[in-house]
Design a binder for this molecule. Structure first.
Ligand code: Z5A
Length: 208
């Protein structure tokens, strides 16, 4: 049987990295065979594209170049990692996927949705995640949490209005795709966030 594809999304400082470890523990408890990966990245080539995308630079990066780099990395990642694993029956847990493109390049950078949709179709065909956890937090709280980390990357240097657009798009995506997306209130304590995640995963598990 084909594996399940789970993605985790959200704006800055929402706690994805923290909660991915928690989801891995849940997968271990279910004795699942799974791989944990991320976007942009997940293969040596795609990780190099990630470095190109995230590095702060003096040269301004044009939106089209940014969008194409995101999908170039995704094409490689799907071909080398995600599709083979799902085909072998393993589950894949991915830190960000195409919802991030609609949120960051679409809403954040004002790129046209139809352009993103064309690339989505070219790169992934009909493949969509089976479950997407959207960790949601007011932008200012997320930015405050994230500010305690290392030097900001190129995206982290954006203004609050950019992240507001990203957050609103994620909420819109959740509303438009209730069969696969669950919004998690990430402003609660870690225990509160993880209780919601456990409930979501257990509900999903019943459908598998
Ligand atoms: N990008 C794009 O533009 N288009 C695309 O298609 C894709 C990506 C796929 C890199 O993503 C960038 O790529 C991203 C969008 C772009 N840029 N941004 N911004 P990334 O996912 O690698 O980077 P990130 O957003 O910075 O994610 P992260 O490293 O996983 O950070 P996080 O979600 O903020 O997680 P965290 O490190 O676990 O949490 C942040 C802090 O909050 C940390 O100190 C935790 O201890 C703390 N924390 C976590 N949960 C809590 C709770 N509940 N209470 C209190 N404190 C907490």
């Amino acid at each position: 049987m084909r594996g399940k594809f789970i993605t985790i999304e959200g704006t800055e400082g929402v706690g994805k990295t923290t909660n991915i470890k928690f989801i891995q523990d849940w997968m271990d408890s279910k004795k699942l065979t799974y791989g944990c990966t991320r976007e942009p990245g997940g293969t040596p080539l795609a990780e190099q594209v990630r470095e190109l995308l995230l590095a702060p630079r003096e040269e301004s990066v044009c939106n089209t170049a940014e969008l194409l780099m995101v999908f170039a990395a995704r094409a490689q990642h799907l071909n080398q990692v995600i599709e083979p694993m799902l085909g072998e029956g393993a589950w894949v847990l991915c830190d960000r996927f195409t919802d991030a493109t609609y949120a960051y390049q679409g809403a954040g950078r004002h790129m046209r949705d139809d352009l993103i949709r064309d690339l989505e179709l070219m790169v992934q065909g009909s493949l969509q995640p089976d479950l997407t956890l959207i960790l949601d937090i007011p932008v200012q709280i997320g930015l405050a949490r994230a500010s305690e980390r290392s030097t900001p990357d190129r995206f982290e240097q954006e203004q609050v209005a950019f992240f507001e657009r990203v957050r609103n798009r994620y909420l819109q995506i959740a509303q438009d795709n209730p069969q696969r997306c669950v919004v998690i209130d990430a402003s609660l304590t870690l225990e509160g966030v993880q209780a919601q995640i456990t409930q979501t995963l257990e509900t999903f598990w019943e459908t598998v």
